[in-house]
Design a protein around this ligand. Sequence first.
Ligand SMILES: Nc1ncnc2c1ncn2[C@@H]1O[C@H](COP(=O)(O)OP(=O)(O)O)[C@@H](O)[C@H]1O
Ligand SMILES: [Mg+2]
Length: 508
Amino acid sequence: MKLNPEDITRILKAQIQQYEKKVKLTEIGTVLTVGDGIAQVYGLDACVSNELLAFPENVFGMALNLDKDKVTVVLLGDDSLIHEGDVVKRTGKVVSVPVGEALLGRVVDALGAPLDGKGPISVHDYYPIERPAAGIIERERVSVPLQTGIKAIDSMIPIGRGQRELIIGDRQTGKTTIAIDTIINQKNENVICVYVAIGQQQNKLAQVAEKLKQNGALDYTVIVAATAAEPAPLQYIVPYTGCTMAEFFMEQGRDVLIVYDDLSKHAVAYRTLSLLIRRPPGREAYPGDVFYLHSRLLERGVRLSKSHGGGSITALPIIETQAGDISAYIPTNVISITDGQIYLETELFHEGIIPAVNPGISVSRVGGTAQIPAMRKISGRLKLLYSQYNELASFAQFGSDLDISTRRRLTQGRCIVEALKQSETSPVPVEKQVCLFHAVLSRDFTEIAVDKVQDFEQFLYEQMDEQQKDILTAIRQNGTLSEEEQDTLNNAIERAKKSFINKLSNSI
Ligand SMILES: Nc1ncnc2c1ncn2[C@@H]1O[C@H](COP(=O)(O)OP(=O)(O)O)[C@@H](O)[C@H]1O
Ligand SMILES: [Mg+2]
């Protein structure tokens, strides 16, 4: 058989025309089944993972399972508006959310739409919610402290900018309070904050927003929320949304703090979703990739090197345990991903030791590098005395026959415990913390009765504010004290102790 070139051209042309037709066909699919927030769609052969798909009635969905003959889509809206046979359009984009300065001071949902009734948010940029974490070369050691303003944390479990520190504990142990107080303390620290609420009750979220507003912290904070009333897919994507918004600020060289409250509920939302799209269940019915769910999120916490802008994202994920069980599946996963954990205990909370931090099993793997030198110098001794006290206290329960030195150490320990107590929304700046711990560790501090330690604390702060402004400024600005300044501080503390004791005996 002889082929002539014209025939070949004709066939090729026809094929090319058909090729275009075929492409157009695959851009539109049809809904096969819909229910429980999940739609099976036929005919989207070229659809990519996590692609945003447009359904009728302005409902969007995200493609999760890509099978040979169908795509499983989670709906990011009301599934009752969608019916079998509806047309689904590809958008060609993965799920993206608005980012920008305009989000500060706002409460938005998982897709970045306002929830606070303050009108539309004008932004120019949209970033995908899933973005790769910065690589090794772009990263730098964590070395700048992130001051939480919470004495027990800044002194014993310091957090650095770019670190990922887990807050873990049962319900009602003060986890959210620690995170919110940390946000409030960033007012003068030039740190942007993002608070992600996952699966919480609406009234809790309203309280958080109100508290931030009252303390003037909303101006530099974005609240991103998918409450318990929202469908599981929105609860699943909301931490990634928050992280993307945080990355926008980080890429401009800013330091950002992001709180995920909480990742236990996030894992549950993901489990719901995975079971609905029929992914095989594993341990505790979580899907096999539940580790990756949190590791890819928390790996986005980073301190960038100078040549990459020097920004950072500090992540404070929260995990709620059941009856203090930190060895359950999700808690152990997240503990292994983060750079340390702050462990809160119900018993301590009930004993009135609030914040209920258990310093024995709380750690920060970044450690002293995330403290100013003045704090680092005393933190070691404080931790040592505290843990010795805990050990002694458990022995001392058995006998009353204690020698003097043991009794002294017990009293000193009790004073430390008192000094670490702190009520909510009252962050203490680091320079005052340094003064307080110097005082508590000074000789003869036990002259002050244990139940007066908190009064003395306030008295000391007042005295320092009135008479030793220079010392406070020195600690804040240089992070360290010269020998001369150290002496001045010690003298000031001695004077404060004396006049406090005098004041007490006069008032009796
Ligand atoms: N430092 C604190 N001082 C006084 N009350 C506190 C403190 N921390 C928490 N609380 C109270 O304890 C309760 C539980 O706190 P919350 O942060 O909501 O716990 P969680 O998030 O662990 O469930 C709240 O009513 C809160 O006001
Ligand atoms: Mg909470």
